[in-house]
Structures are given as structure tokens and as C-alpha cells.
Design a protein around this ligand. Structure first.
Ligand code: AMP
Length: 450
């Protein structure tokens, strides 16, 4: 078994890693770190949750120990698609470089230019930035990129989704041809392949999981719902979500609930709060300090449910997420993989539950195609007492809105007469999926066909 000691990292870095409590390198770390330390370009195909951040941060810290930074000329550059991801890389750097004198600056939007200028003026070893903000500084004449010895592009596939590839190409061209490049992406879209061919030199190719596959430690299910009335679909989805949250109450340590649109993030958060759930929203329209505060509450386990849009949640490094719930099926199948990658990280168990309207099935099928497997369908919910609870929806005229539910009326889940006489029997016929005796009731499936 490979240990961190076998990777040729500097002793100061090893001491910091040991203090973090990691006992052995993850596969991407074991493969990428020794090559990066030899000065080679690395092309890493890895999703979040594989330990890829440390796979570039640890060698950078080791490699930069020799030498000193000059004013306005950073020695290394890490490009990230979102502010949150950049902030997390910065935290990783602070952690692993704590026994060294290396300095860093974080250049992200939403923070004043002048504070960032001061840091750059002093000279930084590691500059961590989002592409737009980095180019803003460059154009203001405050930053030179011709001293960059190591450049990292993190989550390149996301950069592509967000339209950052022209910026990345421009930044590549502003750095010296002799730089070392460490390039990471969860998938190899043709456009990504093109820039790796242009800007990487004889890279070591490290792939730790099949392209866009989900971690095996994640139990995935999807609840299909066919609304009687289109107008009620979203409110019915909220009822299903509440049903899932109630059924899962004992098992949810903390969870992220994804919506496709920012506006739905807000509406859903309001509704969850109204129903007494400990939830808050994170999306791109919030001020940076609000996003940071909410994220901190979540990381510190003072907030149980984070309702998020894809962009805001990208790359969040929250090791303890037990559940990911897709309130909407993502339109891009890769987003599903990224979303559920928030759970089941670094070998931990996690659960991903999706709510799918009949109208979203076409997107679900795309996801299943990408995964190369079917996701377990749960059409109903089984209570801990072995009773089947089906979501029963009233006609529009009888429909209880969220407010009336809050005012004491029962929500629209009700038990049906299909309660099995011996619920255990169901589980003995290999009907249970997931985590053995820890399988929450709503993950028990095929009840409808019995
Ligand atoms: P990443 O893929 O970089 O976002 O990392 C995913 C999670 O794995 C983070 O919470 C890291 O703190 C954690 N992690 C990174 N390396 C290791 C390791 N060698 N052993 C255990 N956990 C790790």
C-alpha cells in the first residue's frame, strides 16, 4: 500500500498532511503527486470527491519551497471556475503550507481590488483566482504572469460550461511556455481535449474513475411523480420533498437540495423554512459575504439543509454531506454527477435522491445513459412501521396550499390499505436496496408491484 511518505513530498508538507488525519493517499494523489514533483505536466481526469485538490496543492507547496516571490509576479497560479472553489483551494493551501513561509493571494469577485492589489504587490508564491478577476487585475496593469512556474486549471469541464475557455486560453498565453501545467477535469469534452493538446507538454495522464461515473459509495434513487395537474406539479414536488425529509430524518446529517433555477432555490427555501425545516439558500445572486456565511454555517453543522443552484454549489468541499436531493432533474447529465459528488466523498457512504416529474423523464434517461446504469425507482414511501404511504394528491379545488398545511392541516401524504401484513417478508425477498439494516424506509422499493 502506498503511503504519503512514499510520494517524495517535503517533510514540512508531510507533517501538515499527518495533522490533517489522512492515513493514505487517494488514487489520484498516489498517481499524480510523484509525477508533478518530477516537474511533469499532469492531465487528471477526476471528479470532485476524489482528493484531487490535494493532488495539486501538495506538490505545489513542495516545489515552491525553494525560491522567493517577486512583487507582482506570482510563482504559481491556480484557476478555479467559482469563487467558492477558489476559496476552498486557498483553505487547502493554508493548511498544507502552514509549516512553510509561502504566501498566497485569493483573487475572486465580490472582494475589493485594493486589498487584493496589496497582497500581489508584496509578492505571492501561490495565486488562486477565478479567470475573470485574474484578467481584470492583469488589465489594470497590477499583475504580471511571466513569472508563473506552475499553472493549475481545476474543473476545466465546468470552465467550459461557464464559457471561460477563451479566458483560460488567454491566460495560458500570458504565462511562460516553460511553465509546468497541472490540468484537471471530470470529463474530456472535445473542446477540453483541444486545449490540453495545445497547452500541455507530454502530460502524464491520470484517470481515477471512468468518465463521469458516480462514486460507488452513493446509493441513488429516483422518485417518479406524474402530476394530475401541471400547475400543481411544483407544489406537489415540495410535498414529496417534505415526505422524503421526514422519512429520512434520522439519517440526514446534512444535505444539499439542488434546484435548476435560482428563483426556485429561493421559493423552495422559503417553503422549507415555513414548514419548520432548518434550510437556507446559496446561489449566485447572493453577495459574497452572505454566501460565505451560509456556507460556514453549513460546514460547521449549524445548518442542516442547503438549497443550491449548480453554479453556487460547484466544488463545495463539505466532507460530511450525507444526502443530496435533486428537487429538479438537471438538464445536463454531467451536472447530476457533479451534484451527487457532494456526497459519498473519499469513500464515505452517501445518498442521492431525485424527484422526477413525468416531464423530466427525458433528462433522467440522459443521466442513466451517461452513468451506463439505471437509477433505482421509488414510486412510494414506506413508513418505519411497514405501512406504505403513497403521495395522494387532491383535486385542485380540494388542494391544500403550503400555508394551510402550516396552519395545522395534515399534509397530503396518507397511508393506504396496501400495508403489508408482514413487512419484514418484503425485505427478505431481496427487495431492499442500499445499506442493509440502515436502509431508510423510503429506499425500499417494488412495494407497488406487490
Ligand atoms: P476533493 O476531491 O479535493 O474535493 O476532496 C474531497 C474530500 O476528500 C475533501 O473533503 C478532502 O478533505 C478529502 N481528502 C482529500 N485527500 C484525502 C485523503 N488522502 N484521505 C482522506 N480524505 C481525503
Amino acid at each position: 500500500m502506498v503511503s504519503f511518505k512514499d510520494l517524495n513530498l517535503d517533510q514540512n508538507v508531510l507533517t501538515a498532511v499527518e495533522a490533517t488525519g489522512y492515513t493514505e493517499p487517494t488514487p489520484i494523489q498516489a498517481k499524480a503527486i510523484p509525477e508533478a514533483l518530477k516537474g511533469r505536466d499532469v492531465l487528471g481526469i477526476a471528479q470532485t470527491g476524489t482528493g484531487k485538490t490535494a493532488s495539486f496543492t501538495l506538490p505545489i507547496v513542495s516545489l515552491l519551497l525553494k525560491g522567493r516571490a517577486k512583487a507582482r509576479m506570482p510563482r504559481s497560479l491556480v484557476l478555479c471556475p467559482t469563487r467558492e472553489l477558489a476559496a476552498q483551494v486557498a483553505t487547502n493551501f493554508d493548511n498544507y503550507a502552514r509549516h512553510t513561509k509561502l504566501s498566497k493571494a485569493l483573487l475572486i469577485g465580490g472582494v475589493s481590488f485594493s486589498d487584493q492589489d496589496k497582497l500581489i504587490d508584496r509578492g505571492v508564491d501561490v495565486l488562486i483566482a477565478t479567470p475573470g478577476r485574474l484578467l481584470d487585475h492583469f488589465e489594470r496593469g497590477k499583475l504580471m504572469l511571466n513569472g508563473v512556474q506552475i499553472m493549475v486549471v481545476d474543473e476545466a469541464d465546468r470552465m467550459l460550461d461557464m464559457g471561460f475557455i477563451p479566458d483560460i486560453e488567454r491566460i495560458f498565453k500570458l504565462t511562460p511556455f516553460t511553465r509546468q501545467t497541472l490540468f484537471f477535469s471530470a470529463t474530456m469534452a472535445p473542446e477540453i481535449e483541444r486545449i490540453t493538446k495545445e497547452f500541455l507538454q507530454a502530460p502524464v495522464y491520470v484517470e481515477v474513475a471512468k468518465q463521469a461515473t458516480a462514486s460507488r459509495t452513493i446509493v441513488q434513487t429516483v422518485t417518479i411523480h406524474n402530476p394530475q395537474n401541471k400547475k400543481l406539479a411544483i407544489s406537489e414536488k415540495r410535498q414529496i420533498l417534505r415526505g422524503i425529509l421526514k422519512a429520512e430524518k434520522k439519517y440526514i446529517k446534512n444535505g444539499i437540495i439542488f434546484c435548476n433555477r435560482k428563483i426556485d432555490v429561493d421559493i423552495l427555501t422559503k417553503s422549507l423554512k415555513k414548514h419548520g425545516f432548518d434550510a437556507n439558500a446559496i446561489h449566485g445572486n447572493l453577495e459574497q459575504n452572505e454566501r460565505t456565511n451560509i456556507l460556514k454555517l453549513f460546514v460547521d453543522e449549524k445548518l442542516k439543509l442547503l438549497v443550491a443552484s449548480d453554479v453556487a454549489a460547484r466544488g463545495l468541499d463539505i466532507p460530511s454531506v450525507s444526502h443530496v436531493i435533486n428537487f429538479d432533474i438537471p438538464l445536463q447529465p454531467e451536472d447530476y454527477v457533479h451534484r451527487i459528488g457532494r456526497t459519498g466523498r473519499a469513500g464515505r457512504k452517501g445518498k442521492a435522491v431525485s424527484i422526477c416529474l413525468a416531464s423530466e423523464i427525458k433528462y433522467l434517461e440522459k443521466i442513466e445513459k451517461l452513468l451506463g446504469s439505471k437509477i433505482e425507482k421509488t414510486s412510494n414511501i414506506l413508513t418505519s412501521k411497514g405501512k406504505i404511504v403513497l403521495p395522494v394528491y387532491r383535486k385542485k379545488s380540494e388542494k391544500l396550499d403550503d400555508a394551510s398545511i402550516e396552519n395545522g392541516e395534515k399534509d397530503t401524504f396518507r397511508e393506504t390499505e396496501t400495508t403489508p401484513s408482514n413487512p419484514k417478508q418484503l425485505t427478505e425477498n431481496n427487495e431492499v436496496i442500499g445499506m442493509g439494516e440502515h436502509t431508510p424506509s423510503f429506499l425500499i422499493r417494488k412495494i407497488i408491484s406487490n
